[in-house]
Ligand binder design. Structure first.
Ligand code: NAD
Length: 339
């Protein structure tokens, strides 16, 4: 790709956005990073990520909220991005049970502002974060992008499903190439303090018990951050094109002419929570005190990604196992927090 137009990455101070920015900046791309620096979790961690990004001369930061319509419009007007990767969102399943309105603000109104910005600035490809949570409690394994996923179990999941529907309309109406990526439980260095691996590590090092939901039998497709970044970068360079077989005269209701795609990005090897904790204990050299708990409202018992469509389009599929990824997370955690 030789364009001089920048890549706009929203959620740049977040876990995944930070890693993606670092990768693209190191490759010499012009990156505009946008973030509201939301206080959902420790802002000092976000500031530390941002400080690193500001060390790159080819990085520009925009402190803007997705829900600020004029602010977002101004960013698109000044940056004229070639590609947009929308990672900014209110994340978290459990938090959506106690604070639903912020999901509507950031994930619905905010996402609409991104779609409008893309349309106005003639963006070449919008890649955006969806989530494995949209599959709800489906027992059909692995989760395929071809399965219907119409029963989200939380407002967070519903907002991500809504993003996919909204993106489709913009692909259909305005020819905006869009790709939704359903991420499966991402972990790694600089990871999120509200997620299990981080919470467990902090508690085990402090000698405190950990709450193990669904008695540790919950299965997650834990996906290492480097695999996510590689997948996003490859997808960025593969925008969908209008379907050549589609005809307006006799449309097939199962397809459309929209340059629209959805992929799963997951490790495709579901791991029981108890197994993750075993590996974490090994990396920390300490035993956890496991407080067994039932499945929490909004949580799903298992996730398992079918990544066939990702592989077909990009030739890539995630491959880094927890035996490699968890020790890397622990090494970062000990170094960053000096414990
Ligand atoms: P994160 O919370 O670390 O990053 C999100 C960033 O977006 C934060 O820095 C936050 O300040 C910013 N943000 C939140 N609301 C905003 C708003 N209204 N305007 C501007 N910025 C805002 O989360 P993450 O783990 O990096 O996740 C990135 C994306 O991937 C999110 O959309 C999330 O829903 C999705 N996702 C993540 C996972 C995972 O396991 N980490 C799994 C599935 C989907």
């Amino acid at each position: 790709m030789t364009s001089s137009r920048p890549i706009l990455i929203t959620g740049a101070a977040g876990f995944i956005g930070f890693h993606l920015c670092q990768r693209l900046l190191a490759e010499g791309r012009q990156v505009v990073g946008l973030d509201s620096m939301s206080e959902y979790y420790d802002v000092t961690l976000k500031q530390a990520r941002l400080e690193r990004l500001k060390g790159f001369a080819n990085f520009r930061f925009e402190h803007v909220d997705l829900a600020d319509r004029d602010g977002i419009s101004a960013v698109f007007a000044s940056a004229a991005p070639e590609i947009v990767v929308n990672l900014a969102a209110q994340a978290g399943v459990r938090y959506s049970l106690i604070n639903p309105h912020v999901y509507a603000q950031s994930n619905l109104n905010g996402f609409l502002n991104i779609l409008e910005g893309c349309r106005q600035a003639s963006v070449g490809h919008l890649v955006y974060a969806s989530s494995s949570s949209i599959y709800g409690g489906s027992t059909r394994m692995p989760f395929s992008v071809h399965d219907s996923a119409d029963h989200p179990l939380s407002l967070y999941a519903a907002s991500k499903k809504a993003n996919e529907l909204m993106a489709h309309t913009y692909s259909h109406l305005f020819g905006l190439p869009t790709t939704g990526l359903r991420f499966f439980t991402v972990y790694g260095p600089w990871g999120r303090p509200d997620m299990a691996l981080f919470i467990f590590t902090k508690a085990i090092l402090a000698g405190q018990p950990i709450d193990v939901f669904n008695h540790g039998n919950m299965q997650r497709d834990f996906t290492y951050i480097d695999d996510i970044v590689e997948g996003v970068v490859r997808v960025m360079h593969h925008p969908a094109t209008p379907n050549p077989d589609w005809t307006n005269a006799a449309p097939d209701p199962a397809t459309s002419n929209a340059p629209f795609r959805i992929h799963n990005i997951g490790d495709s090897s579901p791991t029981e929570l108890n197994r993750l904790i075993d590996v974490l204990e090994g990396a920390l050299g300490r035993k956890a005190i496991r407080n067994m708990m039932p499945l929490q409202p909004g949580d799903v018992p298992a996730t398992f990604a079918d990544v066939t469509s990702l592989e077909e389009v990009t030739g890539f599929k995630p491959s880094i196992p927890i035996e490699i990824g968890v020790p890397r997370f622990v090494e970062w955690y000990r170094d960053f927090y000096q414990v």
